[in-house]
Design a binder for this molecule. Structure first.
Ligand code: SF4
Length: 227
């Protein structure tokens, strides 16, 4: 996707004031004020593409500040400081705003309006990306269309095939680090024995390389629109 003249700063400004899911929603409108939560920098080497903020992230504006985040950091073998170093790590979920809860109290899926509108445009503004973590089925379906229909287990199991770099950013499909996937992790021991060491090596190489040379003027930036 072509980069825009106004660059990442302008794009993040537009996202910060986005009200599409309230004013032009597809189906039911977002049941609360939008609060996009995204971190992006032109110098980022790693992008973490998850699902959408939950209630806690919606309240505090800091992504992965929960037990799932702790587990994801353990999978990556990074400290909190490294994880939240916006010069090297971007956090770009498939839906930027908390989508609300279903009748059972579970998080709704990412808003369908969000990714087609913003996702690829944000990634296009980070030319130094080397590694894209696809955390959960929503990110995998978007980034690996040839795996659509295969299901999350088959997609993660194919990690060696989909991480082929070919000069572009490497994709690492991962399950969501929620406790809900504890049984899945037990059933698939290759995930911890084979995939995680490879992931940790790739993450360490990207982090140790430092911030990517910026293609334009930038500082790390996060969007968490005021409530
Ligand atoms: S979820 Fe995405 S498209 Fe919807 S209001 Fe938030 S930023 Fe805009």
């Amino acid at each position: 996707m072509r980069r825009r003249p106004g660059g990442l700063e302008e794009l993040l400004g537009e996202i910060g004031s986005c009200r599409v899911c309230v004013e032009r929603s597809q189906g039911a409108a977002l049941p609360h004020e939008p609060r996009p939560v995204i971190r992006a920098s032109r110098t980022a080497r790693i992008a973490i593409c998850g699902q959408a903020p939950g209630t806690r992230v919606h309240a505090c504006g800091v992504p992965f500040l929960d037990p799932s985040g702790d587990r994801l950091r353990a999978w990556m073998a990074v400290t909190r400081e490294e994880f939240y170093d916006g010069t090297r790590v971007a956090i770009v979920p498939m839906g930027f705003c908390f989508p609300g809860l279903d009748t059972h109290g579970s998080d709704l899926p990412p808003r369908r309006e969000c990714a087609p509108l913003w996702h690829d445009r944000v990634l296009a503004e980070m030319p130094g990306l080397e590694l894209i973590l696809l955390v959960g089925a929503w990110a995998q379906r978007w980034h690996l269309p040839f795996m659509r229909g295969a299901g999350m287990t088959a997609t993660v199991a194919a990690w060696r095939e989909v991480t082929g770099a070919d000069g572009a950013a490497m994709h690492f499909p991962l399950p969501h680090p929620s406790w809900r996937n504890n049984a899945w992790i037990k059933r698939n021991p290759w995930f911890e024995v084979e995939l995680l060491p490879a992931l940790r090596g790739a993450v360490r190489r990207a982090l140790d390389a430092g911030p990517a040379p910026p293609a334009g003027p930038v500082a790390p930036k996060e969007v968490a629109a005021k409530k």
